[in-house]
Design a protein around this ligand. Structure first.
Ligand SMILES: *Cc1c(COP(=O)(O)O)cnc(C)c1O
Length: 377
């Protein structure tokens, strides 16, 4: 069976685990965490980077740093993961979902401005599949209305917009190192931002509401409870796993891009016959091959295709069920405007296996099976 995803295995992980064990320190913010966050600051040209236990916790930190009051509104696409919304709901915000651009599956900037009210505080674009949102337009709207921008860059690690790393463009950026993402530590994430004024509050909220980070830097002689916080530090063991991938950062990206390009080329005949649509990458985006998806005619076609691929020993999967139609989405949010594309496009989208250790033989089998499918339309 060809899995939809397998976490990356480079062979050097055990060596990194051994070093972590030998250091005698497994809790957060040890040498591996310092190394990984400094490495990302440098690589992505961003002033601050804090590793977290997940992208969900990074989004929660960002939401806290946005200073929301109950009833404040956050604009985001409905076609996203639960955590994008939940992190803001936790602070009492109402979620205002707007439609996506069917070409990229990203938030449609044209739908943002009409959804703004006097309660709007934040825009949260999601870089779907590691393909950048139209950030210039989103920042322009945010500036005009004094709104914060939180980038959900869970899928956008090492993807770029006009030469800038995704996550480093808005006020706060959130990364995921979940095992389904390009770079992984099992469960993990990071928050990145550029404003120095945010550093102290970010450290407090990440360190259970204490000023322990200042204490460890020797800036104060004891630490205490100074505000709200939670426990968002990942264990050194998890970060050690990620560090093995930082060594092979480009190699992992190149391999993923090669698989992506292979699918793109191999499946073109199906697109030319009008049987599928292939992903669209705007000029301004340098994507990271987080995902390869195709879009088929409709939900029924997709359901049949998934069954056929499974019989061919290939696991292909659909993605988000739009949040505005979920039980909690109805309770905590509303859809502004008309849902022209979100539901329709989400029902057509099918993701193919794409991971670092996928073999040539496997990817040829995936594409070959699709090309041989006898039951298109
Ligand atoms: C994976 C993902 C998340 C959640 O990441 P975790 O690290 O599992 O918390 C959030 N948003 C998007 C868009 C994602 O793809």
């Amino acid at each position: 069976m060809i899995d939809f995803n397998r976490p990356p295995v480079l062979g050097t992980e055990v060596e990194f685990f051994r070093k972590a064990l030998a250091s005698g320190r497994l809790c957060g913010d040890g040498p591996f965490t310092r190394y990984a966050s400094d490495w990302m600051k440098e690589r992505f040209s961003v002033r601050h980077c804090y590793l977290t236990t997940s992208c969900t916790s990074a989004l929660e930190m960002a939401s806290w740093l946005c200073d929301l009051e109950p009833g404040d509104e956050v604009i985001m696409p409905s076609y996203t993961f639960v955590s994008t919304a939940d992190a803001f709901v936790l602070r009492g915000a109402r979620i205002v979902f707007v439609d996506i651009d069917p070409k990229t599956m990203n938030i449609d900037p044209d739908r943002i401005e009409e959804a703004i009210t006097d309660r709007t505080r934040v825009i949260c674009p999601v870089h779907y599949a590691g393909v950048a949102c139209d950030m210039d337009r989103i920042l322009e709207i945010a500036r005009k209305h004094s709104l914060k921008v939180v980038e959900d860059a869970a899928q956008g690690v090492n993807a770029w917009y006009k030469g800038r790393a995704l996550g480093t463009i808005g006020d706060y950026g959130c990364y995921s190192f979940h095992e389904t993402k390009n770079y992984s530590m099992g469960e993990g994430g990071a928050i990145v931002f550029n404003r120095d004024e945010d550093q102290e509050r970010a450290e407090i909220v990440r360190e259970k509401g204490t000023d322990r980070s200042k204490f460890f830097r020797g800036q104060i002689d004891k630490y205490s409870w100074v505000g709200y916080g939670s426990s968002y530090l990942p264990s050194e063991l998890n970060v050690a796993y990620l560090c093995a991938q930082l060594e092979k950062f480009d190699e992992i990206n190149d391999r993923r891009l090669a698989i992506w390009d292979y699918y793109e080329e191999a499946l073109r005949p199906l697109a030319e016959k009008g049987l599928i649509e292939q992903p669209y990458v705007p000029e301004y985006a340098q994507h990271n091959a987080h995902m390869y998806y195709i879009k088929v005619r409709d939900l029924e076609t997709r359901t049949r295709l998934i069954r056929y691929m499974k019989a061919k020993n290939v696991l292909t999967v659909f993605h988000y069920v739009p949040l505005h139609s979920a039980k909690a989405g109805l309770e905590f949010g509303r859809f502004h405007g008309e849902d022209v594309y979100t539901t329709k496009e989400s029902e057509r989208l099918l993701r193919l296996p794409l991971f670092y250790n996928l073999t040539e033989e496997e990817m040829e089998h995936v594409a070959g099976s699709l090309l041989e499918y006898p039951d298109w339309i």
